[in-house]
Write a protein that binds this ligand. Structure first.
Ligand code: ADP
Ligand code: ZN
Ligand code: ZN
Length: 803
């Protein structure tokens, strides 16, 4: 028996299966989709069995045998193996990369040297003991001093330590620290012994009295009681509780946000949409629906009931949501409806948690997965429906190889399973809406809000007028007045600040110099917390200069409208308002999103101030006012989707207001009120925007009228990158059909990142049968020759941005 194996080596000549002999003892158990360890040249690598066969063209004597079978149960189904081939072909990536992207990171092979202490007692050296800290096995790379390395070498010679070059798997059993709180009388008598100035200890023991006799995780105790770890430790030493370490599964956090468990009675429009989707799943039809429903129209309720229908047939469901901000509320709704049948997969989970969730799916312990982009590869084998919520979101496109779009993968998988795909959005991508208009997708419309609430009244405020009238603040008078009214009525306010772009930089008011990154062609972003400037592209960080580096003027200061600045202005203008800020800085910690949302939903703040991440998903009854502080920031990006993105954002943000009984009001502040993307977001009507934007796309030759492929080149040497970009572009022009337009090469919008100069060329085409072939040839030239000269080249078919 022979196995075809795709090995874990991303290199050009290796992008094909290799034949290996299956040893006798593996023959009855090996299956396609299992991982194996195989010899490859001088190394051992992991590979994926993609085919089993009896014959080979190779002479048997030349063939090596599989070393080890890593999975008794294959990790990839034959369906996913086939999808990997499609992904590799369509995105022009290595098949191994397409296979790897389907598995949680924890399962991807890592190649590392480890040292293992066989006889711990024989290690007498203090430095080595310090390094090991009681562990018996660590990666060799953690040993950095040469004296230690020498010592280890000696121990190895004596057989006290072994070194193995292992394919490491970092999947461990998780343990939690449990706190067992004593009974209340013990706590009461303990309280008397605590000195009155030990306030935190008193606070904790008081808290424990309310939870006397209970056991809970240490982290929960700390969070709920609001004390530090050290305080907990002290009171445990004083006898307020005992602790233990217990094995557990990783819990990705069942949300506290609640949602009705019972299906709603559907509106007429919802019912119509549901019937069509159900008909497709009942008859096993691979049909793609575009569910175009205004914000609050009850799209999610349609998803939930369509899933119920599929589960009743014994099938599974994949639900994609765009990003972590959405996950807590979204997953709460799915968990409320389907309970333990739901697995959650998103980037906020640790590698171990992702692995655990993946295993639940793989073992079919769950029937529904709710997750971000990569959940599209969930290892279900009987999928009955695939749903992409907010289908227009650019996060569905992976920006690294393999550069796949989850929407495409969804459609490919639906063809394998003969099941429907539902793409949902209030503001569909132009591509999807165009396809629906042409009948390629089936259009389903929800034109009214589920509870018949009015869409909020939207006003556009011209900030140029404000400036003329002498108002230099970030808040127009109209918005400020509206905020005062809400604060008085105890209703909630959401303020949205689009931070993408150049929102907070340091500018010299005398000569106009903006402090830029020394490595990249972009201004540095100001961070108030440590008075520093950071580059979001390469990570460069420096202190804010005291004088202008150009003219030495002292009038150099931070300029802009970042969330931190907004928070300060709110404090000045509305001193009594309680504000929650939600941006990358306040949500770095795990679970922070959910904590902020929960606090807001519990009414612990009047104002939620945030970036993109609050634009979607928020659904709280008390929000009656939404303010967009600066709508322009996405409008002026050098990107053909700039208008589309702005319209989408404005519509999404506006949709946060007045979703329940209380009516909502929205103010959009802008310096370009006449732009159609802003003008039309007032009425939130998608159709007119679609028509205007299609005219523009047609005129400039962009999707959906043309397909585009973006080739990017980068090199440390400007002359070299220009030369290679020229070569590549000339090759493309010579090879592709005359109707295809090749634009460039031209410097990229950000012409230097991390000291590498960037050039790009753009291919526009309606129909180009030679595209994949030609690109493959280009990639071959790059991988065999150009790469050696320090060039980096990427090919992005159907890029989400050309910026
Ligand atoms: P969308 O996803 O389209 O923005 P949601 O599904 O979040 O809309 O629905 C908006 C609100 O309306 C939610 O609070 C939801 O619980 C409620 N809702 C949805 N469908 C119905 C219905 N048929 N009857 C009553 N309330 C509904
Ligand atoms: Zn200056
Ligand atoms: Zn930089």
């Amino acid at each position: 028996m022979i196995a075809e194996v795709i090995v874990d080596v991303s290199a050009y000549p290796i992008d094909r299966p290799f034949d290996y002999v299956v040893p006798e003892e593996m023959r009855s158990v090996i299956e396609c989709g299992a991982r194996v360890k195989v010899p490859f040249g001088p190394r051992k690598v992991v590979g994926y069995v993609t085919r089993l066969k009896q014959e080979t063209d190779l002479a048997n004597s030349k063939m090596k045998a599989i070393d080890e079978l890593l999975d008794l149960e294959p990790v990839l189904s034959t369906e996913l193996l086939a999808i990997a081939k499609i992904v590799a072909r369509e995105t022009l990536s290595y098949e191994i990369d397409a296979l790897q992207v389907m598995l949680p990171a924890a399962m991807r092979a890592k190649y590392e040297k480890f040292i293992t202490i066989v006889e711990p007692d024989a290690i007498i050296d203090e430095d080595l003991r310090n390094l090991m800290q009681g562990r018996t096995r660590i990666p060799l790379k953690q040993v950095t001093s040469s004296s230690l390395l020498k010592m280890i070498k000696n121990y190895v010679a004596q057989g006290i330590i072994t070194v193995d070059n292992s394919v490491s798997q970092q999947t461990k059993v998780k343990k939690v620290r449990m706190i067992h709180i004593e009974d209340s009388s013990t706590l009461a008598s303990l309280l008397d012994t605590i000195p009155s100035n030990a306030k935190k200890q008193l606070q904790l023991i008081q808290w424990m009295k309310d939870h006397a006799g209970k056991s809970m995780e240490a982290s929960k105790v700390i969070e709920a009681s609001g004390v530090q770890q050290a305080v907990l430790k002290t009171v445990i030493e004083k006898g307020a509780a005992t602790e233990s370490h217990e094995e557990t599964y990783r819990d990705p956090g069942v949300s506290q946000l609640q949602e009705a468990q019972i299906p709603y009675e559907l509106t007429e429009e919802q019912q119509l949409a549901l019937d069509k989707v159900n008909a497709a799943s009942t008859t096993n039809k691979a049909e793609t629906f575009l569910l175009h429903g205004i914000t609050g129209s009850g799209k999610t309720e349609v998803y939930l009931q369509a899933i119920s229908h599929v589960l009743k047939q014994g099938k599974e469901a994949i639900v994609l949501v765009p990003e972590i901000s959405l996950t807590p509320q979204m997953t709460a709704r799915f968990q409320a409806r389907f309970g333990g049948l739901v697995a959650v997969m998103h980037s906020g989970l640790s590698a171990g948690e992702k692995y655990d969730e993946w295993r639940k799916i793989h073992r079919k312990e769950v029937k529904v997965v709710v997750g971000a982009r990569s959940a599209i590869f969930a290892p279900f084998e009987n999928v009955g429906i695939i749903i992409l919520d907010e289908e227009h979101e650019s996060t569905y496109k992976q920006e690294d190889t393999p550069r796949y779009h989850a929407r495409d993968v969804a459609i490919w998988r639906s063809e394998s399973f003969h099941c429907p795909v539902v793409l949902g959005s209030a503001t569909p991508s132009l591509e999807s809406y165009a396809r629906a208009s042409k009948g390629v997708y089936t259009l389903l419309q929800l034109s009214k809000r589920a509870k018949n609430q009015q869409l909020p009244a939207v006003s556009v405020v011209d900030m140029r007028e404000e400036l003329k009238e002498g108002n230099r603040s970030m808040f127009s008078r109209q918005l400020a007045d509206a905020m005062h009214i809400r604060l008085e009525k105890n209703e909630q306010i959401v303020l949205f600040l689009n931070k993408r772009g150049f929102s907070s930089f340091v500018l010299c008011r005398d000569c106009g110099t903006v402090v830029e990154c020394p490595n990249c062609d972009i201004s540095l972003t100001y961070h108030r917390a440590n008075e520093s400037l950071k580059c979001h592209y390469c990570g460069h960080e420096e202190k804010v200069p005291l004088v202008c580096p150009q003219c030495e003027s002292e009038h150099i200061r931070f300029f802009g409208t970042g969330t931190q600045k907004a928070e300060e202005e709110i404090a000045k203008l509305f001193p009594t308002a309680r504000v929650l800020r939600m941006d990358v800085d306040t949500t770095r910690q795990k679970g922070a999103h959910e904590r902020i949302l929960r606090q807001f939903s519990e009414g612990k703040a009047d104002i939620l101030l945030g970036t993109q991440m609050i634009a979607k998903g928020l659904d709280f009854p008390n929000i009656t006012l939404v303010g967009v502080l600066a709508a322009d920031t996405t409008l002026h990006l050098a990107d053909f989707r700039a208008a589309e993105k702005t319209f989408q954002l404005m519509t999404q943000v506006s949709g946060r207001a007045g979703r329940h009984e209380l009516a909502g009001e929205v103010f959009i502040q802008t310096y370009s009120p006449e732009h159609y993307a802003i003008e039309l977001s007032k009425s939130q009507h998608y159709e007119p925007f679609y028509q205007l934007e299609m005219t523009a796309r047609k005129q400039y030759g962009y999707p959906p009228f043309f397909y585009i492929t973006l080739i990017q080149f980068s090199h440390e040497d400007l002359m070299k990158v220009v030369a290679f970009a020229d070569k590549g572009t000339t090759f493309l022009k010579g090879s592709l059909s005359p109707e295809t337009i090749v634009i460039g090469p031209a410097a990229a919008a950000i012409s230097r990142v991390n000291n590498r100069y960037r050039y790009q060329c753009l291919i526009k085409y309606k129909k180009e049968p030679k595209l994949i072939d030609t690109l493959q040839q280009l990639i071959k030239m790059y991988r065999t020759d150009w790469i050696k000269e320090g060039l980096l080249m990427s090919v992005d078919v159907d890029p989400s941005t050309i910026y």
